[in-house]
Design a protein around this ligand. Structure first.
Ligand SMILES: Nc1ncnc2c1ncn2[C@@H]1O[C@H](COP(=O)(O)OP(=O)(O)OP(=O)(O)O)[C@@H](O)[C@H]1O
Ligand SMILES: [Mg+2]
Length: 297
């Protein structure tokens, strides 16, 4: 239960946040990482991408939106004290649920956040959205690692995002599920189609990566009128499997492996895009507002 002191503290915090935002006048780039089929490499991609971004001196926050399944924290080998659900309950500020990862990266564990989000009151909601604006002030890039599948929650996350990266593998099931996800988003978006980028993971080589991308891209453009951007491929790499077993990001413990090299290439492409998109970025505040609106319906 919140007492008066808590309320006051929240109020003060909120004012500080609003002032901080005004001063900084920045909004972070929000990138959602998702897939049709599960187990295709989203979480490993997200956290290694975060590490490469931090090598460009970008401040990165990862949000684990695969609620109920502790993905990011297991791969970092770090146990967070609090999670997103604590913020939604109004018991913690966003600041308090941020956990330190390597290379200055911070992450937020999802916990049972999604359940909380559907039961939230309007007052809690405003607190939540304002509280999240803090992330705009402390980060350049926010990466949201979602669960797999065409669940309502994943679809909502994509619809709220400015930028979505779909991860697929060359397996036919993964390809058709990626296409089905794009189709669902297109059907539910009523004209505002999100900007989709595609990564082909566990490909044999560049040629296979391109072939798989072209398959999805041709179908999307022909039948859905949705344009996809190719971010490139990531090869199958046993060093990534080793890194997972050690609960260490591959880009840190195997800086010269093929997996790391391909993440570097993809990061370079994404770094180039920033300038072009910076003008209409709405940051985490815009993202959260849209998300909450969508969930509220
Ligand atoms: N490029 C790769 N080379 C070799 N193995 C890989 C590669 N990418 C992923 N894997 C394997 O796939 C496993 C699942 O990866 P990850 O947890 O990142 O997938 P995910 O899409 O986040 O799964 P989920 O849908 O359950 O959240 C890894 O633990 C690893 O063994
Ligand atoms: Mg995952």
């Amino acid at each position: 239960m919140m007492d008066q002191a808590d309320n006051l503290r929240n109020l003060i915090n909120r004012n500080n946040l609003e002032q901080a935002n005004k001063k900084v006048e920045l909004s972070s780039r929000v990138i959602t990482v998702t897939s049709g089929k599960g187990g295709v490499g989203k979480t490993n991609f997200s956290l290694n991408l975060a590490i490469q971004f931090s090598r460009f001196n970008k401040k990165v926050v990862i949000i684990d939106a695969d609620f109920g399944l502790a993905n990011i924290e297991v791969l970092f080998g770090i146990l967070p004290k609090y999670n997103l659900a604590d913020v939604l309950r109004g018991e913690k500020d966003v600041e308090e649920v941020l956990t330190d990862g390597p290379m200055g990266i911070k992450f937020i564990s999802g916990g049972s956040g999604l359940k909380e989000l559907s039961n939230i009151t309007e007052k809690q909601l405003n607190y939540f959205i304002n509280n999240f604006s803090y992330l705009d002030a402390i980060s350049d890039i926010i990466i949201i690692d979602t669960g797999a599948g065409i669940s309502k929650s994943v679809v909502n996350f994509i619809k709220a995002s400015d930028e979505t990266i779909i991860v697929t593998t060359p397996e036919p099931t993964s390809i058709t599920d990626a296409y089905a996800l794009i189709k669902t988003i297109k059907e539910e978006s009523f004209g505002v189609i999100p900007d989709f980028k595609v990564v082909v993971n566990r490909a044999d080589d560049d040629d296979e990566g391109d072939e798989i991308f072209n398959k999805i891209s041709r179908a999307s453009s022909k039948f859905l009128g949705v344009h996809l951007q190719n971010l490139g491929y990531i090869p199958y790499d046993k060093f990534l499997v080793k890194a997972v077993k050690h609960q260490q990001p591959a880009t840190l413990c195997f800086p010269n492996c093929e997996f790391t090299k391909s993440i570097e290439k993809i990061t370079n492409i994404l770094m180039d895009v920033t300038v072009e998109q910076s003008s209409d970025k709405s940051g985490i505040r815009g993202f959260m507002k849209r998300l909450v609106n969508i969930f509220g319906n």
